[in-house]
Ligand binder design. Sequence first.
Ligand SMILES: NC(=O)c1ccc[n+]([C@@H]2O[C@H](COP(=O)([O-])OP(=O)(O)OC[C@H]3O[C@@H](n4cnc5c(N)ncnc54)[C@H](O)[C@@H]3O)[C@@H](O)[C@H]2O)c1
Length: 376
Amino acid sequence: MIIGVPKEIKNNENRVGLTPAGVAELRKHGHELYVQATAGLGSGFQDAEYEQAGATVLPTIEDVYAKAEMIVKVKEPIASEYPLIKEGQLLFTYFHFASGEELTHAMIERKAICLAYETVELPSRALPLLIPMSEVAGRMAPQEGAKYLEKPLKGRGILLGGVPGVKPAEVLVLGAGIVGTQAAKIAAGLGAQVTVMDINLNRLRELDDFMPKNVVTQYSNEYNIRAAIKTADLIIGAVLIPGAKAPHLITRDMLKTMKAGTVLVDVAVDQGGCIETCKPTTHEDPTFIIDDIVHYCVANMPGAVPYTSTLALTNATLPYAVKLANLGWQKACQQDAALRLGLNVVSGEVVYQGVAEAWNLPLVDVSTVLEGAEVN
Ligand SMILES: NC(=O)c1ccc[n+]([C@@H]2O[C@H](COP(=O)([O-])OP(=O)(O)OC[C@H]3O[C@@H](n4cnc5c(N)ncnc54)[C@H](O)[C@@H]3O)[C@@H](O)[C@H]2O)c1
């Protein structure tokens, strides 16, 4: 298959859809690779590394789209890319169609095959192509929190780990899923005293078994949250209710009960946030202050660490990209139920329920677009 990797052109996106290692792997399977010049630079990969791995470097994004049967990228195409997309071209990337009406209509019109990373779903209901970014954001959250707890950055001026003779900081993590677990682990590693809350008792049992002694678990309810935020120095929001807006576990009135200079890192801000006063911010201007409480609410945290994020993402996407290239999208999606759930828009038809519902569009059964498919 002919595979193209364009440079990401969305504002501040430094990740890239394939690494030189991914190119080498796909070459091993006999595929042809075309990478746009400087596509990997933001993540630390030079054009020469792609060439050494077996790709041809093309000067423009137009060249890449014109050549490729499959485009592998990171973010959804933006408006200037729409006209470059060809009928029947396979696009393997994040799309988030349910929050992009214009994008949905554009992809329908282009008659592309849109396989969205975010809806590839394993039988366990895990989302294997979202997990790596949650891991990155989770591990970043205490790091960012520690930074903004410093006095010059308007925090309380407390060191997460304390020092001998001085108590460490208290970290409260709301949600014990992927983000919350990684956040708790890193905060504990830095020496903080960590409390993790969730409404899933089984999850708290698991954490209790493998977390170090400076992590305690507590059931999440308003009573416990109100008590814990009074002494917390850093609060990390990591709650998710699939398919819904995050619940506001910390409301505006609660800020007054916290210590001045407490830092809130609401990782769940991309789903509306679990802290009422959080509004999405950017890496250029990540924080704001309300009632002396520092709010950090960057909606694309992994964007700040493109090297780690690109490697983490492509570790997860590459096996699927290889399968799509080896078998073609139809056969690959017939054989792999997880991949099949990634199909969102196919040749002008919406085949993913959430997208059809979001924009009131007709839903076509995915089996009808999988020619001669024996879908099980
Ligand atoms: N800002 C970013 O850059 C960024 C990056 C990655 C992920 N995220 C977001 O982080 C959030 C968490 O993602 P995840 O992968 O950890 O999800 P997850 O599904 O693995 O975990 C969510 C957890 O929240 C728990 N929960 C639900 N209601 C709760 C409540 N009332 N109190 C306490 N816990 C509750 C669930 O039981 C679950 O354990 C999502 O909104 C995700 O989109 C943001």
